[in-house]
Structures are given as structure tokens and as C-alpha cells.
Design a protein around this ligand. Structure first.
Ligand SMILES: *[C@@H]1O[C@H](CO)[C@@H](O)[C@H](O)[C@H]1NC(C)=O
Ligand SMILES: *[C@@H]1O[C@H](CO)[C@@H](O)[C@H](O)[C@H]1NC(C)=O
Ligand SMILES: *[C@@H]1O[C@H](CO)[C@@H](O)[C@H](O)[C@H]1NC(C)=O
Ligand SMILES: *[C@@H]1O[C@H](CO)[C@@H](O)[C@H](O)[C@H]1NC(C)=O
Ligand SMILES: *[C@@H]1O[C@H](CO)[C@@H](O)[C@H](O)[C@H]1NC(C)=O
Ligand SMILES: *[C@@H]1O[C@H](CO)[C@@H](O)[C@H](O)[C@H]1NC(C)=O
Ligand SMILES: *[C@@H]1O[C@H](CO)[C@@H](O)[C@H](O)[C@H]1NC(C)=O
Length: 375
């Protein structure tokens, strides 16, 4: 770590102090690799500094609360499993173990993983495709390493959950069930991390297909990517039951003059300060581009306005996943798997647009899935 210039970092939430070096870790869909990138937020350069051969491609990776462990899906294995790495630094990545979902949760691939931010720091994983009607809760040991599957819980026979998010105090977990067009709520046992079913609601319309979700830190709003409808939906969360309700608040993630069926929306994530929300769509064909959009949020988390909808430089492939930086509202990482690259986008003046300021090409035939900011 460099000496901190953090005393100036909060003069403005939008403008970070520049002059620091940051690292990201990136997974892939098809190659058994983890890459480490270094971003200089002053020189605006992005470099590949780590290239680790692993025993699993990870369609999704997630950091533990303290960034000492990295969890990934084992996307290239025949049955769903999750991998656990210990992080000494962003380039000191040590494989520790693989945990299989097992039981009747076993006839498809692991697609998504997320880690609780509060003790007991359980890890939540879902498979996708085939019989994906379940999810798993995995315990971690005292070092944060994946330990045992402590619960396989059921969704429904048509399910395929592609994304999940917890509220800030880890009392509820929301699951975006793309295959069954359903949004699920589970309550979380604060002692074990195990889940109890609370509710399931259909997507706003047939074919809306919730894919990824994010919860505002104040817990009143849930943001849902509707992959099929190519929209971002804002749900209001009941503070007693934790159940989100759709109140007909949606924003398009594609321009009004394109054909929706040629796109599939991807990811939603909060910015560093939680004042902005980022969302993306992908083009289904490489002959078109995807889109990146940001929204301004009021202090309670409700969406104030859609700030812009800018074309990305490629279709995004099966990625176009956006990862806001953990140090500034200005920067987000965007991954592409149609060619294989990671870009850093910067929010423009007055937050009225965003553009690419740095890029690294990783054309290994499987990269790039999602990125996490290590620092
Ligand atoms: C996995 O991590 C644990 C600590 O949690 C350690 O004791 C063990 O040696 C590690 N195993 C491997 C294979 O690295
Ligand atoms: C696993 O199968 C058992 C017996 O059929 C069933 O009761 C249970 O709900 C299933 N669990 C999941 C997670 O699908
Ligand atoms: C958790 O946060 C929600 C709002 O997100 C709040 O309503 C609830 O009281 C909190 N619960 C605990 C146990 O802190
Ligand atoms: C939902 O909002 C749309 C667009 O604002 C509007 O056309 C539609 O009538 C609304 N539907 C309901 C049920 O309020
Ligand atoms: C791109 O490809 C799709 C699928 O093959 C096709 O439907 C669409 O018309 C093409 N668009 C353009 C602009 O060529
Ligand atoms: C980005 O979006 C803004 C607002 O929608 C628009 O004014 C600007 O021209 C777009 N920029 C690019 C490069 O598409
Ligand atoms: C990663 O390392 C391997 C083995 O040295 C090399 O073949 C490959 O080109 C490297 N990948 C990238 C993206 O640099």
C-alpha cells in the first residue's frame, strides 16, 4: 500500500484524489486463469501484472469482507463447485480448496457466488442450467477459507438463479431467478448464515427475467436487472418483512430505437459513495454494441434520474459486467468476453456521460468474466 492521501478524498464524493495505484482481479469463462491488473488513477494506465494458472475458470469471483480470500465458481467442472483462494496480495493468490455443492444440487454449473459482509461470513452460491433449482450456503473456517456446504435450499423446478445480493446488515438475501422470471427473498440466520424462505414474486412481465440485483446500503431499495426486458427496475423493500415490491419504476438499458430481443442486460452495482448506480446491457450479436448507464440516487437510495446511456465499444460478449471502484465514484471496470479485455471507464464532467480511459487486452479465448477491486 502507498502512503494514503485519504485526508483529501472526501472533499467531493464525485472527484477522487488521484495519484494512487489500485489492483483488480479478473476471472474468465473458459480458461483456467486469474489475472491481476494495476490501475494508476493519475496516469490513467492499466497494466496486466499477474497471470495465474488455476484449476478452474470462474464465471464469477467475489472477495471476502476483509479481502483476504477470493471465492470463485468452478465454471469448467462437470458438476457445480466453488473454489477458494487465499490472498496475500493481489498477485499472491494461493489456491486452497474446492467445495462441491453435492446432493441434488448437482446437475449443472456453478454460475454465481457472493460472500456475507458480517459474521459468520457464509458464502452463497448458485448453479445455472440443467437442474438448477437450488442454492448452497457454504461455511468458512477461521481464516475465511471455504469449508462445508451447510445448506442446500430449494428454489423451484424451473429456476436458474444468476445473481444474488444481501442487504447491508446481512438480514436478507435476494435472488434473481433468470430462468423462472422470479425474485426471491430469504432471511438469513445471523448465527449460522443459513437461509429461510420468505417470499417469491414473479418478474414485472413475462420474459422480464431478473438476472442480477443490488441493495442500497440503507436497505429501502432493491435494483434489479431485467435481462429480457432490458431494463433496470427499482423495487421498494418492506422494512419489516424484507419483501421487495415492484412499483412500476423502470429505466431502459438500451436506446428506444433498437430491437430489445437483440440485447440482454447484464449487471447493476452501486458506486463507491452509494450516490450512483451503474448498469449495463450486452448485444447478443457481435455486430452491435452494448450499453453502459449510470443513475443518480437520493440519500435514501431511490433513483433520481438516469444520467446517460452510452454505447460500449463492443457487444460485451457474455460479460459487459461493470465493477465500480472501491475508492472513487469516478471509475468503473468493464469486462468484455467477445474479444477479451478489461476497460476502465471514467464518469465525465457533471456525470453526464462516461468514457474509456484505460484498457488491457486479454485475448486468451475465455477472458473476461467479472472483475473485483482488490485495492
Ligand atoms: C487452506 O487454508 C487453511 C487455513 O484456513 C490452511 O490451514 C491450509 O493449509 C490451506 N490448505 C491449502 C491446501 O493451502
Ligand atoms: C432435494 O431432494 C429432496 C428429496 O427429493 C427434496 O426434499 C429437497 O427439497 C431437495 N433439495 C433441493 C435443494 O432441491
Ligand atoms: C437491518 O437493516 C434493515 C434496513 O436495511 C433494518 O430495517 C433492520 O432493522 C436492520 N436489522 C438489524 C438487525 O440491524
Ligand atoms: C407503468 O409505467 C408505464 C410508463 O411510465 C405506464 O405506461 C404504465 O401505464 C404504468 N403501468 C401501471 C400499471 O401503472
Ligand atoms: C446483427 O445480427 C443479428 C443476429 O444475427 C441480426 O438480427 C441483426 O439484424 C444484425 N444487425 C445489424 C445491424 O446488422
Ligand atoms: C453519452 O451519453 C450522453 C447522454 O446521453 C450523450 O450526450 C453523449 O453524447 C454520449 N456519449 C457517447 C460517446 O456516446
Ligand atoms: C499468461 O501466461 C501464459 C504462460 O506464460 C502465456 O502463454 C499467456 O500468453 C499469458 N497471458 C496473457 C494474457 O498475457
Amino acid at each position: 500500500m502507498r502512503p494514503s492521501t485519504a485526508s483529501f478524498a472526501f472533499l467531493s464524493l464525485v472527484s477522487a484524489v488521484n495519484g494512487d495505484i489500485h489492483q483488480l482481479i479478473v476471472g474468465t469463462f473458459g480458461t483456467e486463469k486469474l489475472y491481476t491488473l494495476e490501475f494508476d488513477d493519475s496516469a490513467l494506465t492499466l497494466e496486466l501484472i499477474g497471470n495465474l494458472t488455476t484449476n478452474a475458470a470462474s464465471s464469477w469471483i467475489a472477495l471476502s469482507h476483509d479481502k483476504k480470500n477470493l471465492y470463485g465458481t468452478s465454471f469448467t467442472s462437470a458438476s457445480p463447485a466453488f473454489v477458494s483462494y487465499t490472498l496475500g496480495s493481489a498477485t499472491d493468490i494461493i489456491y486452497n480448496t474446492t467445495v462441491a455443492l453435492g446432493g441434488n444440487c448437482s446437475s449443472s454449473k456453478a454460475i454465481f457466488v457472493t460472500a456475507a459482509s458480517e459474521s459468520p461470513y457464509a458464502v452463497y452460491g448458485t448453479p445455472f442450467g440443467g437442474n438448477a433449482e437450488c442454492g448452497s450456503v457454504i461455511s468458512v473456517d477461521e481464516n475465511g477459507v471455504l469449508s462445508d456446504v451447510i445448506q442446500n435450499y430449494a428454489y423451484k423446478s424451473t429456476s436458474g438463479v444468476h445473481g444474488m445480493a444481501m442487504n447491508q446488515n446481512n438480514t436478507f438475501l435476494y435472488s434473481a431467478d433468470d430462468s423462472a422470471n422470479t425474485l426471491w427473498t430469504h432471511s438469513v440466520d445471523s448465527a449460522t448464515g443459513e437461509l429461510t424462505y420468505v417470499s417469491s414474486v414473479d418478474g414485472p412481465v413475462t420474459g422480464a427475467d431478473p438476472r442480477h440485483v443490488a441493495v442500497h446500503t440503507k436497505g429501502q431499495y432493491l435494483y434489479v436487472i431485467l435481462e429480457g426486458a432490458n431494463e433496470l427496475a427499482q423495487y421498494t423493500i418492506d422494512q419489516t418483512t424484507g419483501i421487495p415490491s415492484f412499483e412500476n419504476v423502470t429505466y431502459s438499458l438500451i436506446p428506444s430505437d433498437v430491437t430489445s430481443s437483440l440485447y440482454w442486460s447484464d449487471e447493476v452495482a452501486l458506486s463507491f459513495s452509494n450516490n450512483y448506480l451503474w448498469a449495463t446491457s450486452r448485444a447478443r450479436s457481435t455486430n452491435s454494441t452494448g450499453y453502459i448507464s449510470a443513475f443518480s440516487l437520493s440519500s435514501d437510495g431511490s433513483i433520481e434520474s438516469q444520467l446517460f446511456l452510452n454505447a460500449t465499444t463492443t457487444s460485451g460478449g457474455t460479460a459487459n459486467s461493470v465493477a465500480p471502484s472501491s475508492f472513487s465514484d469516478q471509475f468503473v471496470a468493464l469486462t468484455d468476453s467477445s474479444i477479451g479485455f478489461v476497460q476502465i471507464w471514467q464518469l465525465g464532467t457533471d456525470a453526464a456521460s462516461a468514457s474509456v480511459v484505460a484498457s488491457v487486452s486479454i485475448e486468451d479465448g475465455g477472458c473476461c468474466a467479472n472483475a473485483v477491486w482488490y485495492s
